[in-house]
Design a protein around this ligand. Structure first.
Ligand code: ATP
Length: 630
């Protein structure tokens, strides 16, 4: 057993909607979480709070859980907070009765906009004590803010934010503002909230934690994480927990076409020879690793003939608007009697004339939203490598061999639109090596090597699994993997680059500390066209101050700061220790971070959000593995 919060923290307030949770109670938990870095303590704090909320009601629990993650809807609905800085500053000015310039000045001094409101409010005299905020009021107002669109949306949003700020106390203001910015930055990761919710549900169900063992908690947490990676809708899962109990929720919230599954990912393998050792005699298949965009295609046809097709990106974003041609052709790919399915595939740019794969860069020039198919300039072909659901039945727990057989039995390739991923079930190292060479000749990145039989070949949503290995030509040649890094700043150009930026400041992401840590300056690999388009795009996200969640040393301060929005794929000669750069600082050397030597821009990764960038622990791993290889 770990720490427990005092039970009095949650004194509910009554309102016409029944018992309500004061937002202040939740903020007090946030404050305690922020004051510690111990993961067990954080989990216990949030678990104890959620256990108390469970007895109040399902809706309150769902709203609390969402606010713990600063979310207002499942990711695939595309409804996010992340309100722009200028709207927040304007709202703070009107809620605290100060000039915008004064708020900006405080921001400059204090860094964090939440702290700016706290200062503003403590100097403010109010005539009436406002009604306390409740968790549900905050959640529903956040949702309203995010859904506001149209001509006077800025005014409306700002009005709603000012209303919330006017009703809140000091610490509430701090977490309100951070939530509106899109992240709480208290070190509360989504996976910790999931663990806490599982534990709280188990305690609620059992009535006491005295009869529960460590493994009961672990099992509950694993179950819930699995459920949420297959059925990512918190309020529906919570409803099911109340109805069926945490141990049975997996039987009620299953893989469903039109809801995105968190994709399975692969581990790096450096040499064809190591694969045999890694799989210890288990049969495996080698597939081409196509270089395009991960696409999860969902299709359902109802008995009345109505049909629906949704295409999700690797990031669970709805990409159907980008691929209307694929959504239309998928019916031809499926045999007539197939009623529903989920396919996992890679969409690549395709040359109709030569029947060959085109580069990833070509694919990125396809428009994000196509109004009419006649606008499509870049043809796309989907290479399908997995079948996760077929005719009402989830297949992810079946071995890959069975899923592959079902794929081949129920679908027929469509010229220039749908193909099965090219694969060979090989045994000899020389054959794998040869197939790898061939994949590169055929414009692929290398191979994906996957176990075929038994439990260890099931589809593992959201896992970077040892049962999927990626073997790229570059690793074999000793060039190492690329990194996906976030652009957080820029330096003015000199000489030829006057007018454009001369170099950019890049960062990796640390999900535990929720911060972006600088890793290198980059000025190489850009074409003139790149330089121009980067400037135009990034300039839309300029910010006046670095975010409090940027870890940057003074010596690398850029001329311009950017909101973290763009992810760039970058290659480097190698990784080295640095006293200035902050990536994985202290992990390898107490006083040093890791930086990249001779970084080179490869491409923009539109399919990754900043939080999906290479993490600081991956950077540390890459640094360590390079020491072994040299
Ligand atoms: P990378 O930069 O190498 O694409 P990543 O982090 O996006 O890395 P990985 O797990 O490293 O993802 O590699 C798997 C990716 O490769 C998948 O997300 C998918 O987009 C792509 N891919 C291409 N061909 C295949 C295939 N045959 N099987 C599985 N994934 C494939």
């Amino acid at each position: 057993k770990t720490v427990s919060v005092e039970k009095t923290i949650l004194e509910t307030v009554s309102s016409k909607d029944g018992e309500q949770i004061p937002f202040l109670a939740l903020c007090k938990v946030f404050e305690k979480i922020e004051a510690t870095t111990k993961r067990l303590e954080i989990t216990a704090l949030i678990r104890d709070f959620l256990t108390q909320v469970m007895s109040i009601g399902q809706k309150q629990l769902a709203h609390t859980v969402m606010l713990c993650m600063a979310k207002i809807a499942p990711d695939h609905e595309g409804l996010e907070l992340g309100i722009g800085e200028s709207i927040l500053i304007k709202s703070i000015a009107s809620a605290t009765g100060r000039q915008v310039a004064r708020v900006k000045q405080d921001q400059h001094e204090l860094g964090d906009l939440g702290t700016v409101v706290m200062r503003g409010k403590s100097n403010q005299r109010t005539m009436f004590k406002p009604k306390p905020l409740t968790v549900s009021k905050v959640f529903t107002t956040f949702k309203e803010i995010a859904m506001t669109s149209g001509s006077s949306s800025i005014q409306k949003k700002s009005g709603l934010i000012t209303g919330l700020l006017a009703s809140c106390s000091d610490i509430e203001a701090k977490y309100l503002i951070r939530s509106l910015e899109g992240r709480l930055r208290i070190g509360l990761a989504e996976s910790t909230v999931q663990t806490a919710l599982a534990h709280a549900s188990l305690i609620y169900e059992t009535g006491s934690e005295d009869d529960l063992q460590g493994e009961d908690f672990q099992q509950a947490s694993e179950n819930l994480k699995q459920v949420l990676s297959e059925f990512p809708i918190y309020d529906r899962v919570i409803e099911s927990i109340y109805e069926h109990g945490i141990s049975d929720v997996a039987n009620h919230c299953m893989l469903t076409p039109t809801l995105p599954v968190k994709p399975m990912l692969a581990k790096i393998e450096k040499a064809a020879g190591d694969i045999l050792r890694r799989f210890e005699g288990r049969p495996f298949t080698c597939e081409y690793k196509y270089d395009g965009e991960r696409s999860q295609i969902h299709y359902v046809r109802e008995a009345d003939g109505s049909e629906q097709c949704v295409i999700f990106s690797r990031n669970a974003e709805n990409n159907t608007g980008k691929y209307p041609d694929i959504a239309r052709a998928v019916k031809e790919f499926a045999k007539k009697d197939v009623m529903s399915f989920i396919l996992d595939c890679e969409a690549v740019a395709w040359d109709l004339e030569t029947g060959k794969i085109r580069s990833f860069q070509t694919l990125s020039s396809r428009k994000k939203k196509v109004e009419d198919e006649s606008e499509i300039k870049i043809g796309v072909c989907c290479f399908v490598f997995d079948l996760l659901y077929l005719n009402g039945e989830p297949l992810i727990r079946h071995p890959l061999r069975k899923r592959r057989d079902l794929l081949r039995e129920n679908f027929v390739p469509v010229a220039n639109k749908f193909q099965f991923a090219i694969s060979k079930d090989l045994i000899e190292v020389e054959d794998i090596q040869e197939f790898l060479e061939q994949s590169v000749v055929d414009n692929c990145e290398g191979l994906m090597i996957k176990t075929l039989d038994g439990d260890m070949s099931s589809y593992e949503p959201s896992k970077r699994s040892m049962n999927w290995l990626k073997l790229k030509k570059d690793y074999v040649d000793g060039l190492g993997d690329s990194l996906d890094l976030v652009v957080i700043g820029a330096y003015y150009g000199k000489g030829k680059r006057v007018g454009a930026y001369g170099a950019y400041l890049l960062a990796c992401y640390d999900p535990d500390r929720e911060e972006y840590q600088t890793i290198c300056k980059i000025g190489t690999g850009f074409s003139d066209a790149d330089l121009e388009s980067h400037k135009t795009q990034l300039d839309q996200n300029k910010i006046e101050q670095p975010k409090p969640y940027f870890a940057v040393a003074d010596k690398t301060k850029p001329d311009i700061w950017f909101e973290p929005t763009q992810v760039w794929e970058v290659k480097a000669a190698d990784l080295s220790l640095s006293p200035i750069y902050q990536a994985a600082f202290g992990e390898i050397d107490a006083n040093k971070g890791v930086s990249l030597r001779f970084p080179r821009f490869i491409r923009v990764r539109d399919d990754k959000s900043p939080e999906m960038a290479t993490t600081s622990s991956q950077v540390a791993e890459m640094y360590e593995s390079q020491k072994i290889n040299h």
